[in-house]
Design a protein around this ligand. Structure first.
Ligand SMILES: Cc1cc2nc3c(=O)[nH]c(=O)nc-3n(C[C@H](O)[C@H](O)[C@H](O)COP(=O)(O)O)c2cc1C
Length: 216
């Protein structure tokens, strides 16, 4: 039986796709993200808007999880979640986060780092009520990241709330809404042969973005 290390060795692959020239990238990381995201959308990827969100609480403990990007607006990357979840508690204590998109088929990753703020209540409400009824009830039923006795407990809550709100609008839960990650650093990474990958990073300095190439 091969070890995990041996199996991983067999996975080794060459990155042979497009080059990333600093001069070809937009001067604005948001425009550059838009261009790459459009390509990801048109590349038949399973979840192109899935991103890894990393947070750290006051004690410095780092945690991560996948969330879905829902918009890029007002200079930030938006996702929605439960404010009382583990990530919500981290962000309350330390409103800084990192996002990572990994588009394996395109041999690309984008890293975003910055401060985090909540979206307006109106924005959260509008998005919440655009979701399917079942997803709204599911959000209401789940005290995200809390320990529960068993699955039956969750399903019973769902069934009760489903019945309660069949004929009326599901209220936006107090603890549910959006976050906006406002970047001060965005890195675009393109896989290249011989591990000589292309990395172009944008750093915010005041109102300007500084664009630089990093060694892979
Ligand atoms: C593809 C995918 C998309 C997800 N999207 C979201 C999302 O948009 N918002 C969210 O709260 N959780 C989402 N989740 C669940 C989170 O990964 C995570 O389990 C949950 O938010 C609780 O995280 P926490 O306990 O670290 O706060 C998603 C999971 C996957 C696999």
């Amino acid at each position: 039986m091969a070890s995990i290390e041996e199996k991983i060795t067999l996975l080794r692959r060459e990155y042979a796709s497009r080059a990333l020239h600093k001069a070809d990238l937009s001067e604005d990381p948001f425009k550059q993200f838009q261009a790459w995201f459009d390509e990801a959308l048109h590349s038949d990827l399973a979840e192109p808007n899935a991103m890894t969100l990393s947070t750290a609480g006051a004690d410095g403990t780092v945690s991560n999880r996948t969330v879905l990007l829902k918009d890029v607006d007002d200079g930030g990357f938006i996702f929605f979640t439960n404010y009382a979840s583990r990530k919500g508690r981290d962000l309350e204590e330390n409103p800084q986060a990192a996002l990572l998109f990994f588009w394996v088929e395109l041999q690309r990753q984008v890293m975003v780092q910055g401060r985090v703020e909540k979206t307006s209540r109106e924005r959260s409400d509008a998005y919440f009520h655009r979701r399917p009824f079942e997803a709204q009830v599911g959000a209401l039923a789940s005290s995200q990241s809390c320990t529960i006795p068993d699955r039956a407990h969750l399903e019973a809550r769902y069934i009760a709330l489903d019945k309660q709100y069949r004929e009326q609008q599901v209220p936006l839960p107090e603890c549910w809404g959006g976050y906006r990650v406002i970047p001060n650093r965005v890195e675009f990474w393109q896989g290249r042969p011989n591990r000589l990958h292309d990395r172009i990073v944008f750093r915010r300095e005041g109102d300007a973005w500084i664009k630089e190439r990093l060694s892979p």
